[in-house]
Design a protein around this ligand. Structure first.
Ligand SMILES: [Zn+2]
Ligand SMILES: [Zn+2]
Length: 136
């Protein structure tokens, strides 16, 4: 039992998850850079339906480079990004690892969209890197 749980900066949004992560990794796409204000976002994918979220997320939708629509959920009070879903991968939901209560529960296994990574955003050299999103 993974018992992933976390919350936003102000605590209005909190969540817990009943399932183990399906995958976890860093994304260096330009959209993740813009919303994080940093070089990448750390994502955890969990099976749809396994997340219980307390508080009302605000959402923003944008078409990704892949052509899929990505719907991102953030706290309407403090702006912390917590959640995302991708129209091309409807069986999964994504949570942002920085919101975890226990950051060590994030076990990244890959870096995606490494082709748009910044030279100063150093990643673990042991992790496999993909120019875009690998086939799943
Ligand atoms: Zn908040
Ligand atoms: Zn990204």
């Amino acid at each position: 039992m993974s018992n992933l749980s976390g919350e936003c900066l102000c605590g209005y949004i909190s969540y817990s998850c009943t399932e183990e992560p399906v995958m976890a990794g860093h994304c260096q796409c330009s959209d993740c850079q813009k919303i994080s204000g940093a070089g990448h976002i750390a994502n955890i994918a969990v099976p749809r339906g396994s997340l219980t979220i307390s508080g009302e997320l605000a959402f923003h939708e944008k078409q990704a480079a892949s052509g899929n629509t990505v719907k991102r959920g953030f706290c309407p009070q403090c702006g912390s990004h917590i959640y995302a879903e991708n129209s091309g991968i409807p069986q999964l939901e994504f949570i942002r690892a920085g919101s975890l209560h226990n950051l060590e529960k994030f076990k990244p296994t890959m870096v995606v969209y490494a082709s748009s990574g910044a030279s100063w955003d150093h990643m673990d050299p042991e992790l496999p890197k993909f120019d875009t999103m690998p086939e799943m």
